[in-house]
Write a new protein. Structure first.
Length: 291
């Protein structure tokens, strides 16, 4: 789908007089010219790139959308490639969160690629975000464009989060660029033996940060968490019940089973989810308390 109303910004010698993204100026391997529709990412605003598999699982879609929404609600700009799969769901979540999101394409910004994301393309612009590319008007989405555009995605971000990736995934090219640029990388762990998670598990073995909840990302960005009372609003009913049952003291799993009437396994699952949200921690053995 061809689109118009394209702006252009060029990196010149007198950088201080330009609107070219300042975060990219520190790198040599960045385009001299950027084309965009909408606007460019806001300088100085915390920014996270979320990338991952095109043929992702429902689990991957769920967390890409959930974490992007929660990051967006915390004022974080989300950068991605608007590709099928994880990219798409991350940007849908960012739109729900309210902070503008930005897509970097592997073609001219006068094209929406993939075409089925046309509504998303327009929603990104309407919400105050932007569509960016180093390729001029009329350039088609050629295969070699995408590895190149990944350096812009990582370059614009403070850190890169990978959600589901095969061992030779294009997302790992984004990671390579991120490491060359000195950026932090985080990955969502997955079941051993599942090809869709091997890339992320390899990254974690190599030293990437592990992300199991949005607070892991906010902590790395040094964004202060909201008070427990505000975070309670996002909890599922079962998690809220467990949090309230803990009270202000320390309780065992058996005591929580007795207090709530729930099964042992259900109590453990609720506690696990509360630990992921950093609202509860395990003191020792089977003892738990609020953070």
């Amino acid at each position: 789908m061809k689109e118009t109303n394209i702006e252009m910004i060029t990196k010149k010698v007198e950088w201080s007089e330009q609107n070219y993204p300042k975060v990219l100026l520190q790198y040599e391997k960045v385009p001299k010219t950027l084309y965009y529709r909408g606007r460019l990412p806001k300088s100085g605003c915390p920014t996270v790139a979320i990338v991952g598999a095109r043929a992702c699982s429902n689990y991957g879609r769920l967390y890409a959308r959930k974490w992007a929404k929660e990051l967006s609600q915390a004022g974080v700009q989300i950068i991605s490639g608007m590709a099928r799969g994880i990219d798409t769901y991350a940007q849908l979540g960012a739109l729900e969160g309210g902070t503008p999101t930005f897509a970097v394409l592997g073609c001219g910004v006068d094209y929406c690629y993939p075409e089925e994301n046309l509504e998303l393309y327009h929603d990104i612009i309407r919400s105050g975000g932007g569509i960016l590319s180093e390729y001029k008007e009329g350039e088609k989405p050629l295969a070699w464009h995408f590895p190149q555009r990944n350096r812009i995605i990582s370059g614009l971000a403070d850190l890169v989060v990978v959600i589901e990736a095969k061992p030779k995934s294009g997302s790992l090219i984004t990671v390579e660029w991120a490491l060359e640029q000195g950026k932090d990388v985080m990955a969502m762990p997955g079941p051993i033996g599942e090809p869709l998670n091997e890339g992320c598990n390899q990254l974690i073995r190599a030293g990437a940060g592990i992300v199991t909840c949005v607070e892991d990302i906010l902590e790395l960005l040094q964004i202060q968490e909201k008070p427990a009372e505000e975070r309670m609003i996002k909890l599922e009913p079962l998690q809220k019940e467990m949090y309230e049952a803990l009270g202000n003291g320390t309780k065992t799993v058996e005591e929580l089973v007795a207090a709530t009437g729930l099964e042992f396994g259900t109590v453990l699952e609720a506690l696990f989810q509360l630990q992921k949200c950093k609202m509860v921690h395990q003191v020792m053995g089977q003892y738990y308390e609020r953070k």
